[in-house]
Design a binder for this molecule. Structure first.
Ligand code: NDP
Ligand code: 2IT
Length: 455
């Protein structure tokens, strides 16, 4: 590590104690852009890196709610408004018991560069709560969302901050949140994305993150003259991103042999075909059941419960395959898992999740020169179609499924090209990590310079 990076990180850690995920995300970017800062003294003088790693605003609030038994609860809510240099704050909401300030700051920070890469005018933000939707009734989730929006409404708006979904926040939650905003403000406005099709949502938004991650993998493979046809793929998670990653891999002729949730994973050597995927969608989206049930329904699949006594080895990543699509959560692949991927023949990793690989795991990918698409590039399709949803809301018009999918595909190709060009220009050809960080950074940094000290 250079003196510049270690001094910078020492200050970030002192200022943001006990936020390891935020430190991890900032360190990766500062390492990538060090050369850019050397070539551009104007960025150093304007303290762009210092400013970009400091949220413009952090909102933290109490969310009281009442369960079906009449018992009172209190959760903590957040919205991190990270950077608005190139557009209004934009990014998802996560409802998960692990949510804390540091996790949301890492996600908001990543979002700034991701949104910049999409070519659309969106700044970066993220929010959420430590509320656990698992096991809650629809009414409880609705009351929680209403209480969350009772505070959030004063901070968001179609030109200010536009939240969307993330872990634990899907169509149901966006509906409850939207209804509450409309009631409070007496206004029907595009204040959230991921809305229902009947009330301002965009076609392809539910599919966009997964489809985009597969389009990105296809672009990476094309640099070696290959396609996804006949490739065996490992997918983790079984939520929104994992489901539509699976669907698009099937469209492109690949075979998916794993899916997971926090309880464990299933391995199905026969492959997860469309019928099995429909079952997973019904299981997860309607019945809100566990992936273990998949192995009860399909005897070709084996269920492996998560082993909390051996967190260093996730056996999902220890199967013969060509491609991996981590689509569950941060740091789900560590160094040993990354080594297992390589050992089993994986040479394409396209990250649907945000920061799913630890830094020493990323070093394994880069050291082995595999095709590695980091989350902020590979999963940008979701927020890109959110940007398209905002455009459609502004026009009071909607595009067809084919039109949105074509735009999404074009955006993923353009992100892929930007990453390769920036990596090449700054001396690390083929390194999508440096490429994504540098290309995402320069657009935001130049906009901040243009706008002066408050940019
Ligand atoms: P969902 O809530 O729909 O699904 C999340 C999946 O990941 C579930 O299968 C869940 O299992 C599993 N999971 C979550 N946390 C953990 C954990 N700590 N350990 C093990 N498994 C876990 O969320 P999404 O599919 O929307 O999000 C998945 C990832 O993709 C996240 O990293 C998110 O930030 C990222 N992402 C999402 C985008 C979107 O548009 N939705 C856009 C870009 C990135 P269980 O049900 O048991 O909790
Ligand atoms: O991490 C992400 O990019 C998302 N959860 C989607 C954000 C959005 O505004 O659509």
């Amino acid at each position: 590590m250079s003196d510049f990076v270690s001094d910078f990180m020492a200050r970030v850690k002192a200022k943001n104690p006990a936020e390891p995920e935020f430190h991890q995300a900032v360190k990766e970017v500062v390492e990538s852009v060090e050369l850019v800062l050397e070539k551009h003294p104007e960025y150093r003088k304007a303290k762009i890196m210092e400013r970009i790693s400091e949220p413009e605003r952090v909102i933290m609030f109490r969310i009281p709610w009442v369960d079906d038994q009449g018992d009172y609860h209190v959760n903590r809510g957040f919205r991190i408004e990270m950077n608005s240099a190139i557009g209004p704050y934009k990014g998802g909401l996560r409802f998960h018991p692990s949510v804390n300030l540091g996790i949301l700051k890492f996600l908001a920070f990543e979002q700034v560069f991701k949104n910049s890469l999409t070519t659309l005018p969106m700044g970066g933000g993220k929010g959420g709560s430590d509320f656990d939707p698992k096991g809650k009734s629809d009414d409880e989730v609705m009351r929680f969302c209403q209480s969350f929006m009772m505070e959030l409404y004063r901070h968001i708006g179609p030109n200010t901050d536009i939240p969307a979904g993330d872990i634990g926040v899907g169509g149901r939650e966006i509906g409850f949140l939207f209804g509450t905003y409309k009631k409070i403000r007496n206004e029907f406005a595009g204040i959230l994305t991921g809305k229902g099709l009947n009330w301002g949502g965009s076609l392809i938004r539910p599919e966009a993150t997964g489809y985009g991650a597969v389009y990105f993998a296809a672009e990476m493979l094309a640099t070696r003259g290959e396609t996804l046809e006949g490739k065996t793929c490992l997918v983790s998670g079984s939520g929104n991103v994992a489901q539509y990653t699976t669907e698009k891999i099937l469209d492109l002729g690949g075979k998916i042999v794993t899916l997971s949730d926090s309880g464990g994973y299933i391995y199905d050597p026969d492959g997860i075909d469309r019928e099995k995927l429909n079952y997973v969608m019904e299981l997860k989206n309607l019945r809100r059941g566990r992936i273990s049930e998949f192995a009860e329904k399909y005897p070709s699949a084996a269920y492996h419960p998560a082993d909390s006594s051996n967190v260093d080895h996730n056996p999902l990543w220890d199967h013969k395959a060509d491609c991996a699509f981590p689509s569950a959560t941060q740091n789900e692949i560590n160094k040993e898992d990354a080594q297992n991927l390589i050992k089993n023949g994986v040479y394409v990793v396209s990250e649907g999740a945000n920061m799913p690989t630890t830094p020493d795991g990323v070093d394994v990918y880069l050291g082995n020169k595999i095709l590695y698409g980091p989350g902020k590039a590979a999963n940008a399709g979701g927020v890109a179609v959110s940007g398209l949803e905002m455009s459609q809301n502004s026009m009071r018009y909607s595009w067809s499924r084919e039109e949105v999918d074509k735009k999404l595909h074009g955006i993923m190709k353009s992100i892929h090209t930007s990453c390769l060009q920036a990596a090449e220009q700054y001396g690390s050809p083929g390194n999508y990590v440096n490429g994504a960080n540098i290309a995402g950074f320069i657009k935001v940094a130049d906009s901040m310079l243009d706008q002066g000290i408050f940019g």
